[in-house]
Ligand binder design. Sequence first.
Ligand code: C5P
Length: 219
Amino acid sequence: MSTWAVLAAAGSGERLGSDRPKAFARLGELPLLAESLRRLEDSDWIDSIVVVAPADWEEPAILLAEELGAGKVAGVVTGGATRAASVRAGVAEVPADAVVILVHDAARPVLPEEVVERVLAPLAEGWDGVVPALPVADTVKRVRGDEVVETLAREELVAAQTPQAFLADVLRRAVEGGEASDCAALVERAGGRVKVVEGDRRLLKVTTGADLELVQSWL
Ligand code: C5P
């Protein structure tokens, strides 16, 4: 049973205020992308990796993989205008005999091995997909302009993170289904059953310079 990872690193990261794409912003000595790439390389659960790089950053991504000795990297592909388009490009590079695809955001550099294990296990129990998530601390409201339309029941809400794991065939079909801010939404839309497992605070998505400093302090 082969498990492939698609590492989505093609975002622009404008809110970081850097002169380069977010995945290539500095985290210590190396680009942000290096941390999650190294962790996927070192994971006992991952066989091969596809990196989805921003246009014109494919070569630096290949050189980084070489520098890290990341021999599991089977391909570097060019991302699209949206996350869903980027994931679609990455999934298209995964060979037909892959059984499981794990999709991870390079913007979440601290990827604990136990979360990888936690999202993969339920796929053997009949689930189509698995997402790590955390409870929501704030009360979440649906708004239109500045008017509250609805207040959602907090005990039913979680905040979804990555890595998200899927049966490969299910994800292949789901990524043809248009746009969404995560892969699980595409699988849900296609009628797939998605399980929620416990996420991890260290899987913070780096958005601002302050996030970058926080993640740096954990490493
Ligand atoms: O934009 P967002 O914060 O949702 O990005 C989450 C992840 O998706 C990041 O790792 C980013 O590099 C990736 N992404 C991508 N292609 C895009 C937009 C985002 O690979 N067009």
